[in-house]
Design a protein around this ligand. Structure first.
Ligand code: CAA
Length: 260
C-alpha cells in the first residue's frame, strides 16, 4: 500500500518507520494506524529486515497521541473499535519476532507513549517528554497505557501519570525505567540506528527467544516464566547460531550468525 502519513525506509536490514504528520505533531488517525499495521506486516514477512525502528518527523514530536479531531466525533462503539484497532497494532509489535526500538525525538503522549511502551526498548532525546494526558480530554488511555505503564513503572506512579495528565521528562522517564537511554537530540537517531545495526548482527534465534521469554514471563509467576526461559534456552541449541557463537568465543574470533 502507498503511505501518506508515514515514511518507510530500509537500510542495512533496518526498517525505519517515521510518523510523518508534523503539522499535527504526528497524531495517529485511523489512516496512520492502517499504514503502521501494513508496514509492521511487511517487516514481519521480510526475512531481510532484522530490526524495526520507530521515530517521528520534525523536531517536536514522536507522536502526540491519537488524533483528537477524530476522537471528538466518535460515539462509544467507534471509540471502542478505535481502541481495539490501536491495541491490535501495539500487540503486533510485541508479537513481532524481531527487535523493535522506539526512537523518541519529542512528545510521546497518549497513543504515542503507548506505542513506545510496546516497543522492546526506548531511546529518547533530551528534549523528549512522555505522558498520558487523556484525563484532560475527559477520557482515559485506550492503546494499553493503563496496563503497560503500571507493569513498567509500578501502579502508583502509573496512576499518578494517568490521573494528573502531567508530562515527564526523558531523564525522569529514564529514572523510572521507562526509557533505556537518553541522547542529545542531534545524535539520537544516529545512536539508535547504531544500536539497531548492532542487533542486526546478533543471532536472530536468540533475539527472538529473549523477546518471547521476557514478554511471556511478565504475565506469569516466576516459576512459569523460568520454565519458558529454559524452553527458549533449549530452542537456541537446535540451530547453528549457538554452535557458532560458542565456537567463535573459544577460537577467539568474531561470530558470524546466520539465523539458522
Ligand atoms: N491530535 C490532533 N492534533 C494535534 C494533537 C493530537 N493529539 N496534538 C497536537 N495537535 C495539533 C494541534 O492541534 C496544532 O494544530 P494547529 O497548528 O492546526 O492548531 C498542532 O498539532 C501543534 O500543536 P500545538 O499548537 O498544541 O503545539 P504546542 O507546542 O503548543 O503543544 C502539545 C504541544 C503539548 C503536545 C499539545 O499539542 C497537546 O497537548 N497535544 C495533545 C496531546 C494529547 O492530549 N494526546 C492524547 C490524545 S488522546 C489519546 O492518545 C488516546 C489514546 O490512548 C489512544
Amino acid at each position: 500500500m502507498a503511505y501518506e502519513n508515514i515514511l518507510f525506509e530500509v537500510q542495512d536490514g533496518i526498517a525505519l518507520l517515521t510518523f510523518n504528520r508534523p503539522k499535527a505533531l504526528n497524531a495517529l488517525n485511523p489512516q496512520t494506524l492502517e499504514e503502521v499495521r501494513d508496514a509492521v506486516e511487511r517487516v514481519r514477512q521480510d526475512d531481510a529486515l532484522r530490526v524495526l525502528v520507530f521515530t517521528g518527523a520534525g523536531d517536536k514530536a514522536f507522536v502526540a497521541g491519537a488524533d483528537i479531531s477524530e476522537l471528538q466525533k466518535m460515539n462509544p462503539l467507534e471509540a471502542r473499535l478505535f481502541a481495539e484497532r490501536g491495541q491490535e497494532i501495539v500487540f503486533s509489535l510485541e508479537a513481532l519476532p524481531k527487535p523493535v526500538i522506539a526512537c523518541v525525538n519529542g512528545f510521546a503522549l497518549g497513543g504515542g507513549c503507548e506505542l513506545a511502551m510496546s516497543c522492546d526498548f526506548i531511546y529518547a532525546s533530551e528534549r523528549a517528554q512522555f505522558g498520558q494526558p487523556e484525563i484532560n480530554l475527559g477520557i482515559i488511555p485506550g492503546f494499553g497505557g493503563t496496563q503497560r505503564l503500571a507493569r513498567l513503572i509500578g501502579r502508583a506512579k502509573a496512576k499518578e501519570i494517568c490521573m494528573t495528565g502531567e508530562r515527564i521528562s526523558a531523564q525522569e522517564a529514564k529514572a523510572l525505567g521507562l526509557v533505556a537511554k537518553v541522547f542529545p537530540a542531534e545524535t539520537l537517531l544516529e545512536e539508535t540506528l547504531k544500536a539497531a545495526r548492532n542487533l542486526a548482527e546478533k543471532s536472530r534465534v536468540a533475539l527472538r527467544a529473549i523477546k518471547q521469554a521476557v514478554d511471556r514471563g511478565m504475565d506469569v509467576d516466576l516459576k512459569t516464566g523460568c520454565a519458558f526461559e529454559a524452553e527458549a534456552f533449549g530452542v537456541c541449541f537446535a540451530g547453528q547460531d549457538a554452535r557458532e557463537g560458542t565456537t567463535a568465543f573459544l577460537e577467539k574470533r568474531k561470530p558470524h550468525f546466520t539465523g539458522t
